[in-house]
Design a protein around this ligand. Structure first.
Ligand code: NAD
Ligand code: ZN
Length: 350
């Protein structure tokens, strides 16, 4: 596998990091982990890390509910107490929560120190760790605080996935499906048939997914147009994710689980608005239903979800903007959708 810009795979990643550490002569290395990546990923990572520089480990609590400014404060204090300076390096070893939050902390501590992402979930490998978006949630509002700043390097090594729970693996697959839907019919085709998947196949699919994301981000780093297509399924998906997180009587959904629902809904809206072929919309629904358990929403819940969308950063002047599909790999931006159609989309999904 070739490297993709600053994304390096497997042993190439670790040897590149080794060289970087020699060249840059950092004062100290701080590895940010959560409880799980401390337990499951740190020893493998350390066994591959060749350096004389002293290392400190900072642990945060695991889970989206800790992706907030309070956790950042804890990490800023820990860095300060452990003597981090502008010549320090932060290595984010974890899922999207650790890479998003760690990237933000690194970008703001002393006006910014270097950081490296080592994603340990499938979702973080194919999506969160690449593209430079960093940040945290504000209450139930996802990723409301943040900035764009690229890591020096991303190391992707699928050995970390060995301990990842199955539902987390599926959550990451949702973003891989999305990459096919918005950019590549052939990749979507490969994702339709995942039976007898070997580790090598998975590596190749991860590689291609990162390639798609990186291409999009490179062409439009500041999300003026093309990058917005990565939000396919996310307008409603984020609102569903926020709604479930906020409501104690609802089971919280993983990011990919919510986005999978969002993609089916966006598929329906695409049929209605852009003549996206009905049978392809059905294919999306059927394929995703093999991986993601159906969720049911009451009328009043759908209303609350629609209300939450008004706060999504991608919307302006009270309009709800969607990325829809004219066809597979033919996304269309800025499709304005009226409320009524959203209710019908939920009916189609359920
Ligand atoms: P996560 O970081 O919460 O990880 C999921 C769970 O898996 C956590 O409990 C974690 O501790 C555990 N875990 C991580 N690696 C493990 C391993 N190897 N073995 C066992 N357990 C492990 O969540 P995620 O799904 O990786 O990422 C979701 C986050 O990513 C969301 O906050 C989302 O907003 C963000 N995101 C960001 C971008 C971006 O462009 N920056 C893109 C997509 C998603
Ligand atoms: Zn996503």
């Amino acid at each position: 596998m070739k490297n993709i810009k600053s994304v390096y795979f497997n042993e190439f990643g670790f040897s590149f990091l080794g060289n970087l550490l020699q060249e840059k002569n950092y004062s100290k290395i701080f590895i940010l982990v959560d409880e799980n990546t401390n337990q499951f990923c740190l020893s493998l990572f350390l066994s591959e890390l060749a350096t004389e520089t002293s290392i400190e480990v900072i642990e945060i609590e695991a889970g989206e509910e800790f992706k907030n400014i309070e956790t950042c404060t804890q990490v800023w204090y820990a860095l300060s107490e452990l003597g981090a300076d502008r010549k320090s390096l932060i290595i984010n070893l974890g899922g999207g929560v650790v890479t998003d939050l760690g990237g933000f902390v690194a970008s703001t501590y002393m006006r910014g120190v270097d950081f490296v992402n080592v994603p340990t979930t499938l979702l973080a490998m194919v999506d969160a760790s690449v593209g430079g978006k960093t940040g945290v949630d504000l209450g139930a509002l996802k990723n409301q605080i943040g900035l764009i700043n690229n890591p020096l390097l991303v190391i992707i090594d699928s050995r970390f996935l060995a301990t990842l729970p199955a539902e987390q693996l599926r959550s990451g697959m949702a973003e891989m499906f999305k990459h096919g839907l918005i950019q590549s019919e052939s990749y979507w085709g490969k994702m339709l048939n995942l039976s007898n998947l070997t580790l090598d196949d998975l590596d190749a699919l991860i590689y291609e997914s990162v390639l798609i994301k990186n291409n999009v981000v490179e062409q439009d780093p500041t999300e003026k147009s093309l990058r917005k297509t990565l939000n396919f399924g996310h307008t409603l998906g984020h609102a569903i994710e926020s709604y479930c997180l906020q409501n104690t009587d609802r089971q919280t959904l993983l990011h990919g689980e919510a986005i999978a629902i969002g993609m089916v809904l966006a598929g329906f809206l695409s049929v209605e608005k852009l003549n996206f072929p009905k049978e392809k919309c059905f294919e999306i629904k059927e394929t995703l239903s093999q991986y993601f358990e159906k969720q049911y929403f009451k009328q009043e819940e759908i209303e609350e979800i629609v209300n939450l969308m008004k706060f999504d950063k991608k919307n302006s002047h009270g309009n709800i903007n969607f990325v829809l599909l004219e066809d597979i790999a033919k996304p269309k931006l800025d499709c304005l959708i009226e409320k009524e159609l959203i209710y019908r989309a939920f009916n189609y999904y359920m």
